[in-house]
Structures are given as structure tokens and as C-alpha cells.
Design a protein around this ligand. Structure first.
Ligand SMILES: *Cc1c(COP(=O)(O)O)cnc(C)c1O
Length: 253
């Protein structure tokens, strides 16, 4: 167990001025999020085990992340590659897997690829093809899976395929041999919280069903739902929820 009074001299925590970590609060947050996932699953006649909590640790010090793992969290998500690299190295002794979430710059892919089990934000055919090539040149035996990011809200600020461009890229996506494409990912538009986000998640599920039929492959994963809307996402079939704030709320005060 991590000592709550010892956050060490971690540069991230010093930078953020976070000297104290409320370990009990962290543990209670984890329990509460897991309960909310279970309750949301049951309301939709789903099994809680069908849903994986991806704990988003971005901008939080590595000692907090260590404590989170001590609380039983097994899958961690980061969207800044440098942060992922250093945390993965520092926590190499811990029983966790890393996922990359969000937009990935092509020049960060090579170093990130061997460290993660999934990319949630593959948002262009170009990036998908370059990951496939890298997996081949690095000769990865068991390369990470990907979820293709879809811009369901069609916001200009968001990355990803549209429903139309995904279907028109179908042949090229099927040609990807090394990297397993296992599902789709989306984010609800800013301001659409809770139930208001639900239509976007429903759209992603429908698109997944249609695309899966088009390429004649199963796409079991739906990565959707964050702190403000994960229950709505579960109601629409999310298999991976990416939750950050709800886990760390009050932990630094
Ligand atoms: C930060 C982030 C999350 C987690 O968001 P919270 O609102 O803190 O739960 C999920 N997905 C992506 C892509 C993110 O960047």
C-alpha cells in the first residue's frame, strides 16, 4: 500500500503544488465509480463484467496512480504520450495495462506502441496505417488493439471519422493486418452531459453494427462515456468507459 503521507519528490506533484493525497477519498471514489458502473449495467440488463473501467490518470502525479492501482484498478488511460512513457516506466512493477486515449501524434507512435494494450483515439486512416506499419517494423508479436474514433457530434474541434468516411474507408481498414481493429470510440459534444449525451452513444452503437456488417467482422468494443456521462454510455452498450475526474475528486485537498 502506498503511504498517503509520502508523495515523495515526484516532479508532477511538486509542479501542481500537491503535497497531500487523501488516500481514503481515493478509495471511496473508486468504490463509488465501480458501484455506479454496476448499477448502470443492471438497469440495462447487462453484466457489470462486460464493462471495463479505464482510469484516466492524465495530469495526476504518479504516486496517486500507484495508490489507484493499490485500490484495485487494473487499466490506466493517458492521453499525453510523454506522461504515459514516464508513468509506465515508474510503475513497471505494477499489475496494470496502459491504454492510450485521445489524439495521438504520429511521431509519438513508435515509442508508445510497445507500452500499451489499446489505442482509443485512432482518428484517421493515415494514423491507423502507420501504426500497422510500425507494428510490423518493430515486429511486435502481440500488438495493441485499436478503437477507431468517430466524431458523432460533427464538431469541427473533434478528430475522427464521420459515419460516411468510415464506411468509405471500409476496404482500407479491412486490409490492416497486424493491428486488430476491435471497435469504435466517441466523445459526446461539450455541454451534452448525462442523458443529453445518450443519442451520440446510440449513434455510435448503430454505426458499429452497420460497419461490422459491412466489413463482415465482429467489433465488440464501444469506448464511450466519461465522468459526466458514463451511465448513459453504458445504457447504450459501452464496453469501455474512460473515467478520470470522478476518481480523483477531492483527493488533492
Ligand atoms: C480526459 C479524458 C477522459 C476522462 O475525462 P473525465 O471527464 O475526467 O472523466 C476520457 N476520455 C478522453 C479522451 C480524455 O481526454
Amino acid at each position: 500500500m502506498s503511504d498517503p503521507n509520502n508523495v515523495g519528490s515526484d516532479p508532477v506533484s511538486e509542479m501542481a503544488g500537491l503535497a497531500i493525497m487523501n488516500w481514503q477519498r481515493l478509495e471511496a471514489n473508486v468504490q463509488r465509480v465501480l458501484e455506479r458502473i454496476s448499477e448502470a449495467a443492471r438497469r440495462s440488463n447487462r453484466k457489470p463484467e462486460e464493462i471495463t473501467l479505464v482510469a484516466v490518470t492524465k495530469r495526476h502525479p504518479v504516486e496517486w496512480v500507484r495508490a489507484l492501482v493499490d485500490c484495485g484498478v487494473k487499466v490506466l488511460g493517458e492521453n499525453y504520450p510523454q506522461e504515459l512513457w514516464s508513468k509506465a516506466e515508474e510503475l513497471a512493477d505494477m499489475p496494470v495495462t496502459w491504454h492510450h486515449i485521445g489524439h495521438l501524434q504520429g511521431n509519438k507512435a513508435k515509442r508508445t506502441l510497445p507500452l500499451v494494450r489499446m489505442f482509443h483515439g485512432v482518428d484517421s486512416l493515415k494514423l491507423l496505417l502507420s501504426l500497422d506499419e510500425l507494428a510490423s517494423s518493430l515486429d511486435l508479436k502481440d500488438p495493441p488493439a485499436v478503437c477507431l474514433q468517430v466524431n458523432t457530434s460533427a464538431e469541427a474541434s473533434k478528430h475522427g471519422w464521420t459515419a460516411e468516411s468510415l464506411l468509405s474507408d471500409a476496404d482500407a481498414i479491412v486490409d490492416v493486418k497486424r493491428i486488430p481493429v476491435v471497435g469504435l470510440m466517441t466523445m459526446a459534444p461539450l455541454g451534452a452531459e448525462g442523458e443529453a449525451a445518450r443519442p451520440y452513444f446510440g449513434q455510435l452503437r448503430e454505426l458499429r453494427d452497420r460497419f461490422s456488417e459491412t466489413i463482415n467482422r465482429s467489433l465488440p468494443e464501444l469506448s464511450m462515456g466519461m465522468t459526466s456521462d458514463f451511465e448513459a454510455a453504458i445504457a447504450e452498450g459501452a464496453t469501455l468507459v474512460r473515467v478520470g475526474s470522478a476518481l480523483f475528486e477531492g483527493v488533492g485537498t
